[in-house]
Ligand binder design. Structure first.
Ligand code: MSP
Length: 650
């Protein structure tokens, strides 16, 4: 990164209802980016807050017999205290009802007006109050329903000021072309390009049929107009820095990263840059759009009654475990179905087995062999290969984070833990001790402690408190200095005293919350059950099956997008296989003796796609790859020509 100021934002949350895990997800990603940026020495400004105006909030308040402001105060307070409970490191919490924001919004309106970008006219069209979005009739579903949320829209006809969005079509297209990384993940870029290329209509930016909003600047003498909530809301990103007032933090416009959900990408990737162009302000560096948390495939939302309360999850499973899970479980940009089962698996396998056990082993070995005093004097001599491997892993990490590929960041980081666990198995320090090669055993324990130290620093932004506990045990603190010393300059820990700490990730045996239930496999219907438990003779004659039995097996073409060794397993490789579904499948395949993980990446395989998921070595396997084994060894079965992923094999 070339500049030293970074500005990270979450969307500002509507105060029509309290937070669910979707909101927590956005905030946790932003918090992670902010924490990491601070750690590596960037001057960081992290903004979050609440979006309090508009028809939706006015109506929510009215149904509760409250004024909009009373209701906004209550819900905004709840968001703020949730983020405080969650130890979110925001630098400012903005409310769109704050005076400085209102002043800034009016000033922006004035400037756009002076630039000739605003004119007065009449708006006729459909409005979705839930999304606070205008639509034309052709965009609606069945001439009535919102194409985004499916709720009924309202036909409105009223006097309105318009922003000349149509004037910005070419400028926006040029901007996207010059800044190919503006929209992250890149896969979402095309969707925005197509929308803009399809033609931009001027945007109605004021409403007259309700009152709960920012009034127009007084000199316009149009007191019955209030600003469209999205104009008001988007401007929070600059009023929070002092736009329209003291301007004290406007230099943070250098490198802005707005983290948003995919449902509000259009507002951020089209309207917002157009407004900024009109105001002659700097563009954001990235608009990063994540996917949705779903329950049984449906977007989580209060109105559907399928929300998961983030506080309950964090209280039951540990806040930092929850943070880790959210960032690791779902590739950024894709949707993810929330289940306690998946959360428990991550805690037990990644955190408890891989990370927690490693710390226990370092504590155990250093205590048993060296009275808790170890040094790195001979690590380079005995483990230069492992050290180079470690450095390569650690050096590769940062771009994943700023590209928002948090799952890849963690996946790569975990390779360092595999390296540590693998080194213990390979070098067997207990044997070295028996052979009186104390210096070699010491070098190994110190190698592992150094790996743990660097992993902790790189994991700090995601698990701030847990990692401090680990480095407490190793005898140093995580801060910008230790980042430079151990990550940038690659120094090893000096002589150090290991301290005992209680186990960090006790195994979780069963779901701790009643709702949502962990996913339960659908029980076979009675007739089916009968058939499987008592197969009729004519279905199974000497292993012969009927065609309908064969068709019960779903075979599909998949592409391996990631492969890695399963530590401590001689046979297993862990594959991520794209079957053209929402997310890749994790498949554990017993092919390690015949295939190198790296050689499998980007190759096609045949997958049994409807096998009941099973656990192998504590990890979930969601399918099986087809292979054939004879005297000459094992070979995977692959399509003769490349096929589209997800294609059925018949
Ligand atoms: N107020 C607007 C944002 C204005 S920003 C200038 C808004 N608020 S919201 O409360 O409805 O949503 C805030 C964020 O939460 C959005 O990024 C949205 O994508 C995210 N989520 C809401 N439900 C979600 C899930 N079920 N899963 C993940 N995130 C989702 O939009």
């Amino acid at each position: 990164m070339s500049c030293n100021k970074i500005y990270v934002t979450t969307p500002i949350y509507y105060v029509n209802d309290v937070a669910h895990i979707g909101h927590a997800y956005t905030t946790i990603i932003a918090d992670t980016i902010a924490r990491y940026s601070r750690l590596i020495g960037y001057d960081t400004f992290f903004l979050t807050g609440t979006d309090e105006h508009g028809q939706k909030i006015a109506e929510s308040a009215a149904t509760r017999g409250k004024t909009p402001k009373e209701y906004a105060d209550e819900i905004s307070g709840k968001f703020k205290s949730l983020w405080d409970d969650f130890n979110i490191s925001y630098d400012k919490f903005i409310r769109t009802t704050d005076d400085y924001h209102i002043t800034g919004v009016k000033q922006a309106f004035d400037k756009m007006l002076k630039n000739g970008d605003i004119y007065k006219g009449e708006y006729e069209g459909y409005y979705c109050v839930s999304c606070e979005t205008f639509f034309t009739k052709t965009q609606l579903i069945d001439d009535e329903f919102c194409p985004d949320c499916g709720k009924a829209t309202r036909l409105i006809k009223e006097e309105s000021y318009f922003f000349k969005l149509s004037n910005y079509q070419d400028k926006l297209l040029k901007f996207y072309e010059d800044n190919p990384n503006f929209i992250l993940p890149k896969s979402r870029r095309n969707e925005v390009l197509r929308f803009v290329e399809g033609g931009l209509r001027d945007l109605s930016i004021t409403r007259t049929s309700f009152e709960w909003g920012v009034r127009l600047p007084e000199h316009l003498e149009d007191s019955n107009h209030v600003m469209y909530v999205w104009l008001d809301a988007l401007l929070n990103y600059v009023t929070a820095l002092g736009y329209g007032g003291s301007e004290e933090n406007m230099e943070f416009t250098d490198k802005k990263i707005h983290i948003v959900g995919k449902d509000i990408l259009r507002f951020h990737a089209i309207y917002w840059p157009a407004f900024l162009m009109s105001l002659d302000l700097k563009m954001p560096k990235h608009i990063a759009a994540h996917g949705w948390w779903t329950r049984n495939g449906e977007k989580m939302s209060k109105s559907k009654g399928n929300v998961v309360n983030p506080k309950e999850v964090a209280d039951a499973y540990g806040l930092e475990n929850f943070r880790y899970f959210m960032l690791r479980e779902v590739p950024f940009g894709q949707d993810g179905d929330f289940s306690q089962r998946a959360l428990i698996d991550r805690i037990n396998s990644d955190l408890s087995n891989d990370l927690g056990n490693l710390l226990n082993r370092v504590i155990g070995m250093s205590g048993k062999y060296f009275e808790f005093k170890i040094n790195s004097d001979e690590v380079e001599k005995f483990h230069s290969k492992e050290l180079r491997e470690l450095e390569e892993i650690i050096d590769s990490l940062e771009p994943y984070l700023y590209d928002m590929q948090t799952h890849r960041y963690l996946e790569e980081l975990w390779k360092a833990l595999s390296l540590a666990n693998h080194s213990i198995t390979t070098y067997e320090p207990w044997v070295k001790m028996k052979e009186s090669k104390k210096d070699e055993a010491m070098a190994l324990v110190a190698l592992v402690a150094n790996i743990l130290a660097r992993v902790s620093i790189m994991l700090n932004a995601i698990m701030p408190k847990t990692t401090q506990t680990i480095t407490d045990a190793l005898g140093f603190e995580i801060n910008s200095d230790s980042f430079i010393k151990y990550i940038k300059e690659k120094n090893l820990l000096n002589e150090f005293n290991i301290k005992k700490v209680p186990p960090l990730f006790p195994k979780i045996e069963e779901a701790r919350l009643e709702s949502p239930e962990p996913k339960i496999e659908a029980k076979p219907k009675k007739e089916e059950k009968k058939q499987t438990s008592e197969p009729k003779d004519d279905l199974k004659i000497d292993g012969i099956i009927k065609i309908d039995e064969f068709f019960k097996v779903s075979l599909k073409i998949g592409r391996v997008i990631h492969a890695e060794e399963v530590p401590k397993s001689k046979k297993l490789l862990k594959l991520q296989v794209d079957l053209g579904e929402e997310r890749p499948r994790q498949i554990l395949a017993g092919i390690k003796e015949y295939y190198k993980a790296d050689d499998l990446i980007n190759t096609q395989v045949c997958v049994v796609a409807n096998l009941k998921p099973a656990k192998l070595m504590g990890m979930l396997s969601e399918g099986m790859v087809l292979a054939s084994n004879d005297d000459e060894g094992l070979s995977l079965i692959r399509p003769e020509k490349t096929k589209k992923v997800g294609t059925a094999i018949k």
